[in-house]
Design a binder for this molecule. Structure first.
Ligand SMILES: Nc1ncnc2c1ncn2[C@@H]1O[C@H](COP(=O)(O)OP(=O)(O)OP(=O)(O)O)[C@@H](O)[C@H]1O
Ligand SMILES: [Mg+2]
Length: 366
């Protein structure tokens, strides 16, 4: 029997059905990443598992116990299943160690000294022993989230549930939290992680669940989901999250928003510094200096310049695609003399510049 067995799980609210008919099994020691578009029931699913939400129908067996049975011992079952949320939710008026001591003292009857030693041990596991006597507000977001993970481990659970544990963090803190989670995976803890960190999903999970429209649309090992998805919806989702897309539809575009979004994508994809700088340079030189300026000269109020960046890996090039076909009717702006000059510099940043089709350039980054 699997550690978790979900059959025909359904959750209805008056106006929406976040879970229609979910069926899933999770074996001991598995690390499941749950991915999918927004609003497709991922959080609802994970919250049903430990009964923070009451399912409308269906059954959830955890370690052989039916979580939907009205007589189930929920406190006991929740000890078996720790949970870590997006916003760490630590008690701010308690020291870091005290945050970890409460449950073991209340529920296991440990003495203060025993609970403190246990807390130090937990902090060790997330690399924060030296912060035991700090206040939560003295820690960085990433450190607070690591404390929240330690707290999730405080009752020695068999299963740890995560709902977007890194989505409230700055990019540089994401990797420290993910590496703690990866470390737990290596110790054989069973984990279900709702995440939008595709690299984590691919590298750290035994299986990936793709959820869409209230159903578990596709489940399989990361190679299947990321390289050979069986369903079109999975394929489209994976392509969308793998690439960065931006449309410049105004001759006075919101540059800080665009730059920030591009920077976040490059960071998330662990792109090299060189490729990241080259991307920013091309976007600034080509899209802004040449195309947007020309759009302004031509008094085009609504240009349609599309940028798509796909971070490559495993022998596949990182490609920045600039699609400015909408501007061709007034002549090709990138064929102007000063555009050609800046193209010469850009060529130096690229392995190859591909122009197979008028109005579309593919920059293969080094
Ligand atoms: N307590 C609630 N009452 C009513 N509707 C709810 C409630 N909780 C969730 N929903 C709805 O259920 C649907 C699924 O929500 P859920 O939070 O599970 O999605 P999600 O996949 O986690 O999305 P995201 O990726 O944005 O976190 C949404 O339409 C949401 O508005
Ligand atoms: Mg959610």
């Amino acid at each position: 029997m699997s550690l978790i067995e979900v059959s025909h799980l359904r959750k209805e609210y008056p106006n929406v059905i976040p879970l229609r008919d979910v069926n899933a099994k999770v074996d001991e020691g598995e690390v499941i990443s749950i991915i999918g578009p927004s609003g497709t029931g991922k959080s609802t699913f994970i919250r049903c598992l430990n009964r923070l939400e009451t399912p409308t129908s269906g059954s959830i067996l955890v370690d052989g116990v039916d979580m939907c049975d009205p007589n189930v011992d929920l406190p006991l079952m929740r000890q078996k299943m720790g949970m870590v949320f997006q916003n760490y939710a630590l008690f701010n008026h308690k020291l870091v160690a005290e945050n970890l001591m409460m449950a073991p003292m209340d529920l296991l009857g440990l003495s203060k000294q025993e609970a403190y030693e246990r807390a130090l041990n937990l902090l060790d596991q997330v690399g924060l022993r030296d912060k035991a006597l700090s206040w939560p507000h003295e820690l960085s977001g990433g450190q607070r989230q690591r404390v929240a993970i330690a707290r999730g481990l405080a009752m020695d659970p068999k299963i740890l549930l995560f709902d977007e544990p890194t989505s409230a963090l700055d990019p540089q803190m994401v990797s420290e939290v993910l590496s703690v989670i990866t470390g737990l995976a290596e110790r054989g803890l069973t984990m279900l992680v709702v995440t939008h960190e595709m690299r984590f999903a691919r590298d750290a999970s035994t299986r990936v669940f793709y959820m869409d429209r209230g159903e578990l649309w596709e489940a399989g090992p990361p190679e299947q989901i990321f390289e050979h998805p069986q369903r079109q919806e999975t394929h489209d989702f994976i392509f969308r999250v793998r690439s960065w897309e931006w449309t410049i539809d105004s001759s006075t575009p919101d540059l800080p928003a665009m730059e920030a979004s591009l920077a976040a994508y490059c960071q998330r994809q662990f792109m090299s510094r060189h490729a990241t700088n080259a991307c920013h340079h091309i976007v600034e030189e080509v899209a802004l200096e040449q195309l947007v300026r020309e759009a302004r000269n031509r008094k085009m109020t609504n240009p349609d310049i599309r940028l798509t960046l796909s971070a490559g890996e495993g022998g596949v090039d990182t490609i920045l695609l600039v699609d400015y076909r909408s501007m061709l009717p007034g002549g090709d702006p990138l064929q102007a003399t000063d555009a050609k000059l800046s193209e010469a510099i850009i060529s130096g940043l690229c392995k190859q510049v591909e122009r197979n089709e008028p109005g579309v350039v593919r920059y293969h980054l080094k």
